[in-house]
Design a binder for this molecule. Structure first.
Ligand SMILES: *[C@@H]1O[C@H](CO)[C@@H](O)[C@H](O)[C@H]1NC(C)=O
Ligand SMILES: *[C@@H]1O[C@H](CO)[C@@H](O)[C@H](O)[C@H]1NC(C)=O
Length: 591
């Protein structure tokens, strides 16, 4: 996941762990729900449409509210023999040894992505991906014999495993080849060198082991193993591996998206599974929270220009003074968060309330009551938004992250500007946030006699002589809408295929039976993934690769920090997940 947003995950996880360990008060318990829910999740279902669906889903079974509807575990049927044979292989020590070697070898090839990299062919740092490609060819010989591979924009990898039935929409599996850089000054804090790929009998250590070479190698290992078993798919399987996910995705995923749109067309995939959320122990139950949505983002630049002059004869307000007043206005009027039924975060709270059996009864009752009682919903909201992290994940945030103005001690500043970074709630939009940013300053623009232009439109033009101008713009023209929400209602087969696959994987990896050993809840990933470029390929995008966040690990597997590592057993389980997903998708005729 992208670095800037990943910090939320880390911080949230840390707080979750602290609160779980140290206190059992009502507030902390509530906070626990909130935080756990938000580590992975939130989303948005179109209010009217989905409320109807949601409420009907709740009242469907024997009049008992289904707060968190669950799918059954889904085991391959026509591929049952093959799947069982694969399962036996995954259980063997020899397979673990092989998996460890596959991932360790990939970790040993540093493929760091940096901000501000120059063009491919000019900036030599891109060449790091060449050796990785050689490694993949050598490690997965059958894959490279039987699948077609197109290199997109030099380093993007697009594989196609052609199915026999052209009428079936392909399955798309995504991962990224790049890793975040290792800070040179932190190298001595690593237990094993960051690019060692060292295996200590439990973990594979190194940068990328967990984010996201386990996804890349996990998918390829599944394909290679299925090919060894002579599996021939009916449904085409496409693999898309970007190489700058950790920075912008502009070179990798954006080009891959164009290539796939050209080759397969709009809405051409049955299901897309990319990295993203994890599963973990929440309130005493193992809960997987696949991301069905992502927040949007926009950076608003606020620029004030006034006439300059010598500082010995100053006006009452300089550009910097005016800008300061404007920024105070923003912070005095934060965007109010609202907990809404039908949003993915609400679905997550429902699941945690229903299955977090260690949580206090009164809290679980409040969650339950909020389904039909507006009063309870507001009460729940009031409790939750006291927590800054919850507040952030439920609503649209603002943070004044940059400010600049002035050139010299005795010169009046002609210009001052600041940048406000917003993360947009799933039920909001870029336009709504820009409108709000515009409105909140209107009275001040008038008070300071400024000509006011916002996002290309004139807001006010003073009649008399103006004191200057106020201009709002989309700072880098990189505004991103919240992602379309993946359907999860009862009729949504791709979602149920995924849910059932998660359960079958979890069970078979542990020799368990039943549907509720792991609970599956819709959620939102707090960061963006390469999927931001893939919206037009399918409505059914899920960010999840069966990664275990464990129970109480502060930094799940050191993602984006020192001591990144991957539990070997969980890595084998990921391979089992991708293999089961491929077989389940292959025999399903409803997607
Ligand atoms: C704005 O202009 C009006 C009328 O010219 C003037 O009275 C007022 O002081 C000005 N406001 C500021 C903040 O300069
Ligand atoms: C999807 O397609 C529309 C219409 O062609 C386009 O405007 C939009 O940018 C595309 N979205 C993505 C994420 O590629």
């Amino acid at each position: 996941m992208v670095a800037s947003n990943e910090k939320v995950d880390v911080l949230t996880t840390a707080l979750v762990v602290q609160s779980a360990r140290s206190k059992r008060s009502k507030w902390m318990a509530l906070k626990l729900v909130a935080l756990l829910a938000t580590v992975f999740a939130v989303a948005f279902l179109h209010t009217n449409f989905l409320n109807v669906k949601f409420l009907s889903a709740m009242s469907s079974s024997h009049g008992v509210a289904k707060l968190c509807p669950q799918s059954d575990a889904l085991y391959p049927e026509s591929h049952a023999q093959l799947w069982k044979s694969l399962g036996r292989e995954f259980d063997e020590d020899a397979f673990m040894t092989r998996a460890v070697a596959w991932l360790g070898g990939a970790v040993r090839i540093p493929t760091e992505a940096y901000d501000n990299m120059g063009p491919i062919g000019e900036d030599e740092r891109w060449e790091a991906f060449g050796p990785l490609h050689d490694y993949l060819v050598q490690s997965f010989p059958l894959t490279h014999k039987d699948l077609t591979l197109i290199k997109v924009n030099t380093y993007g990898l697009l594989y196609e495993w052609k199915g026999s039935d052209d009428t079936l929409k392909p399955l798309l599996l995504a991962a990224h080849q790049d890793v975040v850089p290792v800070e040179p000054e932190t190298v001595d804090q690593w237990e094993y060198p960051p690019y060692s790929g060292y295996y200590d009998g439990k973990f594979i250590w190194g940068r990328g082991s967990s984010d996201d070479k386990c996804g890349l190698i996990g998918i390829l290992a599944s394909v290679e193993t299925l090919l060894e078993k002579e599996f021939k798919p009916a449904r085409t399987i496409v693999l898309a591996f970007g190489f700058d996910e950790e920075t912008t995705g502009l070179q990798g995923a954006q080009h891959l998206s164009d290539a796939m749109l050209q080759k397969y067309g709009q809405d051409s995939f049955a299901l897309l599974v990319d990295e993203g959320s994890l599963y973990s122990d929440i309130g005493g139950s193992i809960i997987a929270i696949p991301g069905i949505a992502e927040k949007g983002s926009v950076n608003t630049k606020v620029r004030v220009s006034t006439s300059g002059g010598h500082s010995s004869v100053p006006p009452a307000h300089t550009s910097i003074g005016i800008l300061s007043r404007l920024l105070v206005e923003y912070e005095a009027n934060p965007i109010e968060p609202h907990l809404e039924r039908g949003t993915p975060i609400y679905s997550t709270i429902q699941c945690v309330g229903q299955y977090g059996k260690n949580l206090p009864a009164h809290l679980r009752a409040l969650v339950k009551t909020s389904v039909h009682s507006d009063r309870a919903l507001r009460k729940l909201e009031a409790e939750l938004i006291k927590d800054p992290i919850y507040n952030a994940l439920i609503g649209t945030t603002q943070a004044i992250d940059l400010v600049q103005g002035g050139v010299k001690a005795n010169v009046l500043p002609e210009e001052a500007w600041a940048l406000i970074n917003h993360r947009i709630a799933t039920q909001s939009s870029v336009a709504a946030v820009q409108q709000r940013d515009t409105d909140v300053l209107k009275h001040l623009a008038k008070e300071f006699n400024l000509t006011y232009t916002a996002f290309g439109l004139e807001v006010s033009n003073e009649d008399g002589p103006t004191a200057g101008t106020l201009i709002l713009t989309d700072a880098f023209s990189t505004a991103l809408e919240p992602a379309p929400v993946t359907p999860v209602t009862e009729g949504s087969t791709p979602w149920h295929l995924l849910s059932g696959t998660i359960k079958a994987t979890f069970n078979s990896h542990r020799g368990l039976d039943g549907a509720d050993n792991i609970i599956v809840s819709p959620g939102i990933t707090s960061g963006n993934t390469d999927t931001r470029y893939y919206w037009n390929l399918t409505r059914h995008i899920v960010r999840y690769n069966h990664h275990d966040a464990g129970n109480g690990r502060v930094l799940p597997n050191g993602i984006h920090t020192v001591n990144e590592r991957m539990p070997a057993d969980n890595f084998v389980e990921m391979i089992r997940f991708f293999s089961t997903l491929i077989l389940n998708a292959d025999e399903n005729r409803k997607i």
